[in-house]
Design a protein around this ligand. Structure first.
Ligand code: PMP
Length: 323
C-alpha cells in the first residue's frame, strides 16, 4: 500500500473457478481480516448485461477496507473486475423472474505470520454464481426471529463494515431463528436502547398509515444497504415522508396493533424487497405469518426490480453496463 492506504494492484487475471492455495498461517484464516461485497448482474431484453449502483458497492467496500485495515481498491478497478468476470461468465446469467448472476467481490489478508497486525499482502477476487429469487418462487412474507441474546455488532465495532466476522457472529442467532421456523433474524441495537437495527442480511422498513416510510438511522452498527438507500430515494420520489430515525420494538408492536403501521418489509440485494409477515420471539409474536404484501411494498419492489431488469426507466442513472 502507499501512504494513502491505496494498494498497488498486480497480476489481474481471469482464472478458472477452483480451490485457491494459501499458506496455513495466512492472516485471514486466523484473524478474519477480510471484507466482501454482493451485487447482481441482470440480462436485459436486448441481451446487454447491467448491474445496479456498483459505485456504491465500491465505496462501501472501501469503507469496510478502512475499518478492517485493508487497502482500498480504486473504483475503476472494482468496476473493471466485474466487467472482466462478466465478459467470460455472461452465459451463466439465468433468464426470468428476477434471476441474475450474483457477483461476490472479496478481499482477504494472505500474508503468512502468527501475531496480530495488519497483513501486508492481500488478494482481491470476484466469483459469480447464478441466483434466482432469494426465498424461492412467489413473494411470500418472511417470518423473522427476534434475537434477544445475541448482537451482531456493537458501537465502535465492525457493524457497518461488510466483513465475515459480522456474519460469523450472526450464525448462532440464525440457527435459533431457523429452529423457530424463521428465515431471518432481527438484531437490536444494544448501544441505542435496543432499538430496531437490521436483519441478518437485510435492512428493514415500516410503512405508516399517515404516509411515512421509516427505517432505522445509520447508527454505526447498521450496514449501509444499497437497496436501503434506493428505497429511500424511491419513497421520496413518490412523496412519502421518508424518515431515517430510531424505531423501537414498542413502536413496532403498538403500531401494528393500532393499525398505524400498515406494512413492514425488508430489503437487500439478494431478495430485493420482501414483505415481513411476523416477528417472533420467546415471549410474543408481532404481525401474522400469512399477512399479504401491502401496496407500497409491492409497488416499490416492482419499480426497483423493474429498473434492475431493464423493464422500467432508470431515471436515477443507477445502472452500469457490464457486457
Ligand atoms: N444488512 C446486512 C447485514 C446485509 O448483509 C445486507 C446484504 N448486503 C444488507 C443489509 C442489505 O444491503 P444491500 O442492499 O447493499 O444488499
Amino acid at each position: 500500500t502507499d501512504e494513502t492506504g491505496t494498494g498497488t494492484w498486480q497480476n489481474a487475471r481471469i482464472e478458472p473457478y477452483g480451490p485457491i492455495q494459501m499458506d496455513p498461517a495466512a492472516a485471514v484464516l486466523h484473524y478474519g481480516q477480510e471484507i466482501f461485497e454482493g451485487l447482481k448482474a441482470y440480462r436485459h431484453a436486448d441481451g446487454s448485461v447491467w448491474t445496479f449502483r456498483p459505485e456504491a458497492n465500491a465505496a462501501r467496500m472501501n469503507l469496510s477496507a478502512r475499518r478492517l485495515a485493508l487497502p482500498e481498491l480504486p473504483e475503476e478497478l472494482f468496476l473493471e473486475s466485474l466487467r472482466r468476470l462478466v465478459s467470460v461468465d455472461a452465459d451463466w446469467i439465468p433468464e426470468g423472474d428476477g434471476a441474475a448472476l450474483y457477483l461476490r467481490p472479496f478481499m482477504i489478508a494472505t500474508e503468512a505470520f502468527l501475531g496480530v497486525r495488519p497483513s501486508r499482502e492481500v488478494s482481491y477476487r470476484v466469483i459469480a454464481s447464478p441466483a434466482g429469487n432469494y426465498f424461492g418462487g412467489e413473494l411470500k412474507p418472511v417470518s423473522i426471529w427476534l434475537s434477544t441474546k445475541y448482537a451482531r455488532a456493537g458501537i465502535g465495532g465492525t457493524g457497518e463494515a461488510k466483513c465475515g466476522g459480522n456474519y460469523a457472529a450472526s450464525l448462532i442467532a440464525q440457527m435459533e431463528g431457523e429452529a423457530h421456523g424463521c428465515k431471518q433474524v432481527l438484531f437490536l441495537d444494544a448501544a441505542n436502547d435496543n432499538a430496531v437495527e437490521e436483519l441478518g442480511g437485510m435492512n428493514v422498513f415500516f410503512v405508516f398509515k399517515d404516509g411515512s416510510l421509516v427505517t432505522p438511522a445509520l447508527s454505526g452498527t447498521i450496514l449501509h444497504g444499497i437497496t436501503r438507500s434506493s428505497v429511500i430515494q424511491l419513497g421520496r420520489d413518490r412523496g412519502l415522508n421518508v424518515q431515517e430515525r430510531k424505531i423501537t420494538l414498542d413502536e413496532w408492536r403498538d403500531g401494528v396493533a393500532s393499525g398505524d403501521i400498515t406494512e413492514v418489509f425488508a430489503c437487500g440485494t439478494a431478495a430485493v424487497i420482501t414483505p415481513v409477515g411476523e416477528l417472533k420471539s420467546e415471549t410474543e409474536t408481532i404481525g401474522s405469518a400469512d399477512a399479504v404484501a401491502g401496496p407500497v411494498t409491492l409497488s416499490i419492489r416492482e419499480q426497483l426490480l423493474g429498473v434492475q431488469t431493464g423493464a422500467v426507466e432508470d431515471t436515477h442513472g443507477w445502472l452500469t453496463r457490464l457486457a
